[in-house]
Every structure is written in structure tokens, then in C-alpha cells.
Design a protein around this ligand. Structure first.
Ligand code: UD1
Length: 420
């Protein structure tokens, strides 16, 4: 076990380079199950979730390696169609193998993901999507078992905009017979990246990045290479670090258009922002102004930046209202932020944050990935030495976070720890 030890109060400045998008990688990797061959995916981040997906792909018979940022996946040996509980419980995105296995092999057995740290996260839309495409789906001993000789194109209208269900149905529909129309499709850049990759493999897809995605099924796909997009949540997290603890920092190798809702909120909070083709520079405000946010599907304010925004607002000069509309219970970071001296009250899916003049160091515990990020951000500005336990959550989605922060002047170390 490791913990982060942070001596707060260092001013951040300089450049930080953003890694490839975790959530795009987790969709691109299973997409390779749709064709035999050796795929190379550039700009792959070296993260715990990516290695969990690699393990899952290897369990299915693929060979996966990562050399620097270049990931190679050889799917010629795939001969097992079961995603076991042991891996799915580690990472819900494992459900992404359902669509491609079913489409290519006519059978998939995937463990039900169950709940997660911030409450129930159903997969009904994934299952309903497969059924609409003609699969017979049963639930048995905690597993989703899906069968179909060949999937048939269908009209699928999601009640809720879902990143995962859109991606899964897209991966199933590309090999289905006939046309599929997905209504209320997710617009997230990671889904657009997945669609672009599928097109490179020979899929026929229209409407990517809009709420109606049309897919004309083909008989087979072929291997292809792809360059992953930058991680917009990692970029956003460093920008919030800049707003809280800058100085002036440049967030390089990112895609500014993917974070426009965050950038305008940071400007409202008083930060000076300038963007280039692939970078954003932020200058911290003298005082952080209170800014309300409400999370929403892309291009709205991302739920994956809500915890970091609460950390930022806890240092603002007034009161702000943070409304979580995607995951109502996603506030596990709040009790830990209170230990650092923040003043936050949660009522149902709304957090009222009253800015405080100082945060004070404490020992705090990560509960999930983005919660960990908010604790580290708070630790960077807290007076004294903050210890953040359970850094394995952070390692799921941030590549070498402590090295990157040290590069900006932060005093943060990863230290072995017996504490759990
Ligand atoms: C993805 C992201 C996650 C992000 C989330 C929302 C990945 C690997 N993860 O998760 O980081 O926080 O998008 O931006 O890309 N829902 C249902 N039934 C379903 C599926 C979803 O009701 O079958 C609901 C969820 O409970 C939630 C909403 O739809 O309220 C959006 O969830 P979804 O977009 O599916 O999230 P994930 O794809 O799991």
C-alpha cells in the first residue's frame, strides 16, 4: 500500500503534459475484439484500469503489450468469451466486451458489475440494447449471458444518455445485419473516438458527436491503428490545480474544445485562461470567486470534475451550489474534505460549499478515483502535511500524478504505508 504525503502551500508553475484518455482506451481496447489481427493504439496511458482491461483481454485469448505509449493488441487467439467476476468487480468498464464478443462470436458471458463506491450504477441500457439488436439475454448466477446467431440492426432510443451503453451498442451494431439508429446517443469525445476507430476498421457510422448515430452493419471488419485522444479529465484536474495553487501553468497536449464548459467556469471563478490548438494556460486568480455548477452529459460540466470543483470552491470567497445530476450519491469526498477544514453541506444531490480562508492538513482517505483527485488538490493548498491514503484509486486514472505535480513545483511524495 502507498499513500501520498503532501506539504501544502507550494506555488505551482510550468508545463504539464497530458496523457491519453483513460475512458477512451477502455472502449478502444475491446473494440479490437471485432476483427482478427494486430492493432496498435498510440497515446495509451499506463494506468491501473488499462492494465485491468489488458488482463481481461488476455483472459479472452488476446495478447496485449504496452511499449511507452504504444499499445499492441493481437486478437487472433481470442477463444474465450467470458468476463469473470474477479475482473469486472475491479472495473465496471469491463462490460464493454459484451457488445463486441456478441457481435463477432454470437456469445458473451459477462459478470454483472454490481454497485460502485458512489451508489448503484445499473447496466439495464446495455442489456436492453443487445436485446433490441436481437440477442437472447439471460441473467444467471450473477452473469449476463447473451446469445445471437447474427445481430439485426434496430432503432434504439435511450431514456438516459449513457456513455457505456452507446459505446457497447455501437460495437455490437457494426457487425449486425442492416441499419441501427441510436437515439439520445452519448456525445462524449470518448464515444466519438471509439466511432472513429470503428470506421478505420471498416465500420459504416454516421452522426458521431450528435444525439443520433446511424450504423450500417457490415459482414466483417479489419485490423487498424489509431491514436487515442487526450484525457480531458486529467487536463481539467491540472487546470483546477493551477487555479488553486498557481502561478501560471500550461497544460499541454490536451484538446481545449473537449473542456470548454470547464474553461468557462474557471474564467467565471476569476482565472485567466488562454488556449492554443493543443494547450491551455491558466493563471490563478488573486481570489477565487464562487461559481455554481450542475453536472450534465457532454458538453455540459462533467460529473468526473465535480469533486475537484468542490475542492476549488472550498477556497472561494463566497458560497456556491454544486448539483450532481448524473450520480446522485457521488459525494464520498465531502466528509474527507471536511477533515481538511472545508465547509460543505450535502442535501440529497446538492452540495453547498462555503469558501474558507485556510484549509488545514490532515490524514484523509481516498474512496474513489475523482474523490482522490479532490483530496490531493486540497492537500496542495492546505497548511501543513496532508496524507492521502489508498492511492490505488488515483492510480486507476492518473498517470504518474506525483511526478507531474512535482514537475510543477508541488511537494508530494508516494510513500509506502501499512495504513488502510
Ligand atoms: C462513463 C465514464 C465515467 C463517467 C460517466 C458519466 C467510462 C469508462 N466511464 O461511465 O467516468 O463518470 O460515463 O460521464 O467511460 N445508466 C443507467 N443504465 C445503464 C447505464 C447508465 O441508468 O444501463 C445511468 C447511470 O446510472 C448514470 C447515467 O446513466 O446516471 C450515465 O451513466 P453512463 O454514461 O452510462 O456512465 P458510464 O458509461 O458507466
Amino acid at each position: 500500500m502507498y499513500k501520498f504525503v503532501i506539504n501544502g502551500g507550494k506555488r505551482l508553475s510550468g508545463n504539464v503534459v497530458i496523457s491519453g484518455a483513460k475512458n477512451a482506451s477502455l472502449a478502444l481496447m475491446p473494440a479490437t475484439l471485432l476483427a482478427p489481427g494486430t492493432f496498435r493504439i498510440d497515446n495509451t496511458p499506463d494506468l491501473r484500469d488499462v492494465s485491468t482491461m489488458s488482463q481481461l483481454m488476455e483472459t479472452l485469448g488476446a495478447r496485449v503489450s504496452l511499449n511507452g505509449k504504444l499499445q499492441t493488441i493481437d486478437t487472433r487467439g481470442v477463444n474465450n468469451f467470458e468476463a469473470p467476476y474477479e475482473l469486472v468487480k475491479k472495473m465496471r468498464a469491463s462490460i464493454y466486451v459484451l457488445g463486441p464478443l456478441l457481435a463477432r462470436y454470437g456469445y458473451a458471458k459477462v459478470s454483472m458489475p454490481g454497485g460502485c463506491a458512489w451508489g448503484p450504477r445499473p447496466v439495464n441500457l446495455h442489456i436492453e440494447g443487445m436485446e433490441k439488436l436481437g440477442a437472447e439475454v439471460t441473467l444467471d448466477s450473477g452473469y449476463i449471458i447473451a446469445r445471437a446467431k447474427r445481430l439485426n440492426g434496430a432503432r434504439i432510443n435511450f431514456d438516459v444518455s449513457s456513455v457505456g451503453a452507446t459505446g457497447n451498442v455501437m460495437m455490437a451494431a457494426v457487425l449486425a445485419k442492416g441499419m441501427t439508429v441510436i437515439g439520445n446517443a452519448a456525445l462524449e469525445p470518448e464515444i466519438v473516438a471509439l466511432g472513429e476507430f470503428l470506421k478505420r476498421m471498416g465500420a459504416r457510422i454516421d452522426g458521431l458527436g450528435t444525439s443520433t448515430v446511424t450504423i450500417e452493419g457490415v459482414d466483417e471488419l479489419h485490423r487498424s491503428d489509431f491514436k487515442n485522444i487526450p484525457d480531458r479529465i486529467e487536463a481539467g484536474t491540472f487546470l483546477v490545480a493551477g487555479a488553486m495553487a498557481g502561478g501560471k501553468i500550461k497544460v499541454a497536449d490536451c484538446e481545449p474544445s473537449h473542456i470548454s464548459s470547464l474553461l468557462s467556469k474557471l474564467e467565471e471563478a476569476g482565472a485567466k485562461i488562454s488556449t492554443d490548438k493543443d494547450s491551455v494556460t491558466i493563471e490563478a486568480p488573486d481570489k477565487i470567486l464562487p461559481v455554481d455548477i450542475s453536472t450534465a452529459p457532454y458538453p455540459g460540466f462533467p460529473t468526473d470534475m465535480q469533486a475537484q470543483w468542490i475542492a476549488l470552491m472550498s477556497r472561494s470567497v463566497g458560497s456556491s451550489v454544486i448539483t450532481e445530476t448524473i450520480y446522485f450519491d457521488r459525494f464520498k469526498h465531502v466528509p474527507e474534505l471536511l477533515r481538511l477544514g472545508a465547509d460543505v453541506e450535502v442535501k440529497e444531490n446538492v452540495a453547498i460549499v462555503k469558501g474558507v480562508r485556510f484549509l488545514k492538513a490532515a490524514k484523509v482517505m481516498s474512496t474513489d478515483l475523482r474523490a482522490s483527485a479532490s483530496l490531493i488538490l486540497a492537500g496542495l493548498v492546505a497548511e501543513g502535511t496532508t496524507e492521502v491514503l489508498r492511492v490505488y484509486h488515483m492510480d486507476r486514472g492518473y498517470e504518474r500524478i506525483e511526478e507531474k505535480l512535482r514537475g510543477l513545483g508541488a511537494d508530494i511524495e508516494r510513500v509506502q504505508s501499512d495504513e488502510f
